[in-house]
Design a protein around this ligand. Sequence first.
Ligand code: BGC
Length: 814
Amino acid sequence: MKYGYFDDIQREYVITSPKTPQPWINYLGCEDFFSLISNTGGGYSFYKDAKLLRLTRYRYNNVPRDSNGHYYYIKENDSIWNPGWMPSKTPLDFYECHHGMGYSVIKGTKNQLASELTAFVPMGSACEINKLTLTNESNVSKNFSIFSYVEFCLWNAMDDMTNFQRNFSTGEVEVHGCAIYHKTEYRERRNHYAVYAVNSSIDGFDTDQDSFLGSYGENSAPEVVVSGQSKNSIASGWRPIGSHHLKVSLAPGESKTYVFVLGYVENAVEDKWVGNAEDGIINRAPAETLLAKFDTTEKVNQAFTDLKEYWNQLLSHFTISSSEEKLDRMVNIWHQYQCMVTFNMSRSASYYESGIGRGMGFRDSCQDLLGFVHLIPDRARERILDIASTQFEDGSAYHQYQPLTKKGNSDIGSGFNDDPLWLIAGTAAYIKETGDYSILDEQTPYDSDPLKATDLMEHLRRSFHYTMEHIGPHGLPLIGRADWNDCLNLNCFSTEPGESFQTFGPSEGPNAESIFIAGMFVKYGKDYVEICKHRGLVEEAKLAQKAISDMKKTVLDTGWDGEWYLRAYDHYQNKIGSKECVDGKIFIEPQGFCVMAEIGLEEGYCLKSLESVEKYLDTKYGIVLLQPPYHRYHVELGEISSYPPGYKENAGIFCHNNPWISIAETVVGRGNRAWEVYTRTCPAYIEDISEIHRTEPYVYSQMIAGKDAPNFGEAKNSWLTGTSAWTFLNVSQYILGIRPDYDGLIIDPCIPNTMDGFKAKRDFRGVTYHITVENPSHVEKGIKSVTVDGTLVESNIIPVAKDKSEVNVTVVMG
Ligand code: BGC
């Protein structure tokens, strides 16, 4: 069952019922100002940092769910409704929500009064625009009121939710004409405020929530809206809000458009310790400049066109055309769109990530890079240096950092032993894409301390050596607190039930080892060797190469279980992910990474491992993370066994590592199977089961409940997942096989043998490659001939053209 449809021309998903199984959201903003917006108008806004600079409030675990947003109430006689149905839930005669690239359009009609709300964040300005058009579709005149409504957050979203003894006395606003200023904190050396304005004279306003909703009132029917008259309340403490009242008359067929702007303003502060707010009165000049940019419909339409042009440009760097409509849709639009959202958000703000819990992840952001580096290489460069700056001098790293300060988060700290290697992965992807080795010369701090800086190359060296120097009893990398699988906590114990975890002290270990990290070490170690060679670091390259060869051997000697790669050894040297185990006999992660690293490829280990994945982990909705699930809690394994069977890391279909298997299948040349794995979790291919899948059918979710869960097939945690980067990497670089490499663009497709071929356009280092892949013999992998601008060439690594801006490449498979 579907709740809408894809419109590929407009690059939109069009939702046709407000009652989607979950709120289906979109993201507005590409630079510093961001909003989340659901299909019913729920959501919130923040500037740069969802925790520290939150403009509007969102209540978690809200009832009814998703009942905070930027809302517009229409009151016509006794009828009160919202264009997006929520929060009044008045049934609409017509409803549609179009989620597009950085914008959403919500259309609602009631009693022949049509509303169209276009929400977006314009390029270059820190604000969200809500363009609201009302059209009288009847043949009689209509008189009605519009009430806008946002609920301000007192900036620090965590404090806002917890520190009421203070916060109920700090709220302050100013109202000037049609502009409502939320200036809480302004007098306290802070230099920021929010403005919420409309480009029209108003018939009233409210800024105090109790006045607007009424005592014990609620969003669904605010007292002011029911009575039809604003109270012109001025908030003093308590809960400041912004609401405008507009009285509107429309002749039959007539339309009127209003532009509401919610903006963030930061004044320069001359003396930080004195502040700039004399008597707490704000400096409105910058807000007025901002509002003047969007005070007519024409200006707003232009800003909307500019935004669309930005996305046209961005999505033009990699496009394909094939006989598979859904493949084209995902590659050309939604994969790349989701990659950009994960670039902006990392794992911070979604309907599953509160924006107050996590900042940017070291591991997560390095992986996200793999998906967007071809779109915004300059910003990827900056991101790599930001991430590397949170590394410690010994090569380990803060697991997370806060986007506003770009400093490591000491609450979480370090100790995740895969983290350092991801820096090599991200940097290698950047160099392969851009050919820009100068990034390695950038002076980059450790622990955000410029006095401790070295060049980035040295950071990579320390990353690689960190793994080399943290080796356990079997010669495998020590796992530390966890590796990619945050929940496999093998070095933790608690002596009493309910007691919090401790880690083993240095004298007793921690000893647990990870075969996953071993796979990573070999895979990204090869990149490290290449980079060293390029820098002329011959000895270091040799040393690294030897360490990699030794690690390969160690994995085959101690990390192979007969039919698949083991997952780990726990602190007590017990095997994890072995046929000897009762539960958790086989895990997906080492199968993906050890095959991608080609450990034992010639000897047949890789194929065997993938056959085992198919045999033991496959389901109709994707590949589960492990089997059998852990049925009881294991203190020696940690969080993984805290989940009921089939959820999250305990045998859920963790979408993130499905593409590892698909890529691994291309390594052994099985295009049919790579394709099958890709399509099973791919949003466009499972749109028809939206009632089972339940999350947005246009983006990936982190997890789909596995076969051991009661809700098999139900997804959770949509949007912010490493799945987006990895699936784009998989389909673009391994299935379609268009893969940037140090010395050129490799073309090496591995596709289902039913496919005749495809065409692609790929911008690479300033040159546009027009690529045609033909598959006349219907093979899954293999190349018969490569022609570059009409000349047959020997290799499928197409060097960067020096003197041309366009190159035509034809690859015949066979
Ligand atoms: C985290 C990742 C982690 C994954 C598996 C996600 O929630 O963001 O960093 O690799 O879970 O545990």
